[in-house]
Design a binder for this molecule. Structure first.
Ligand code: FMN
Length: 225
């Protein structure tokens, strides 16, 4: 199968019941976004159009398919947190995506305790092994397939504080595999990173003349390139 999407009328050219796009951009990390409205109502929702996009300063983004409570809250108050969604928390993560009214706090719906943040007002999910506290940098409206309807709105946040459960820090290194981060695949599929699925590779080092390169085999050589 190989099909063009260049023109708007070609978007169903895959000929399948479901659009395969998201199954092909996988695994995607899940930003579990806590926010609070101007009136003080808490909100929690998972977003898999989520990623780190810059590291100095650290910045993350998530993308709202149309207007949702998280986007409205963040536009109102300028702050959010992203807790890491993990295999252990998969059912609560799923429940927190319920399309409930804006006055419902999905932390409570999913029976998740919260813990205050260090810098921002929205709390984090207490059971999650790590969380990023963010301040809104900007939102960006993506192109619309249907000019009459809002498409995706990307929310960019600057990370202003980081929480890491110390249990997962060993010799100054975060053991991400042990946190078992959850990933979104296509359709209703998920995957989880586990310690046994983590692989470590040293980066290629170029020869002096930069015409070739080699990779040091074995464990991490200690240089963070
Ligand atoms: C794993 C997972 C990933 C999701 N990713 C997104 C996403 O990237 N963008 C989006 O708009 N909705 C996404 N959703 C759906 C939202 O979580 C859902 O619409 C939720 O009700 C939004 O909540 P809010 O209105 O409280 O912000 C996802 C749901 C799940 C379960």
């Amino acid at each position: 199968m190989h099909y063009s999407l260049e023109n708007p009328d070609e978007h169903r050219n895959h000929g399948m019941e479901h659009n395969p796009f998201k199954a092909l951009v996988a695994p995607r990390p899940i930003g579990w976004i806590s926010s609070v409205s101007k009136a003080g109502v808490l909100n929690l929702a998972p977003y898999s159009f989520f990623n780190a996009v810059s590291d100095s300063p650290p910045m993350v983004m998530f993308s709202s398919v149309g207007r949702k409570d998280s986007l409205s809250n963040i536009e109102e108050t300028g702050e959010f947190t992203c807790s890491m969604a993990t295999e252990l928390l998969v059912d609560s993560m799923n429940l927190s995506s319920a399309p409930v009214a804006a006055n419902v706090d999905e932390h409570q719906l999913a029976k998740l305790e919260t813990t205050p943040s260090l810098v921002v007002k929205p709390p984090r999910v207490a059971a999650s092994p790590s969380a990023l506290e963010c301040k809104l940098w900007k939102t960006l409206e993506m192109p619309r397939a249907d000019p009459a309807r809002l498409g995706n709105v990307v929310v960019f946040g600057q990370v202003v504080a980081i929480y890491i459960n110390d249990t997962f820090v060993e010799n100054g290194i975060v053991n991400t595999g042990a946190m078992r981060p959850l990933a979104r695949m296509g359709y209703m599929d998920y995957s989880a990173v586990r310690p046994e699925t983590v692989i470590t590779l040293n980066r290629p080092v170029a020869t002096k003349d930069k015409q070739s390169a080699s990779v040091k085999p074995g464990p991490w050589d200690g240089t963070y390139r």
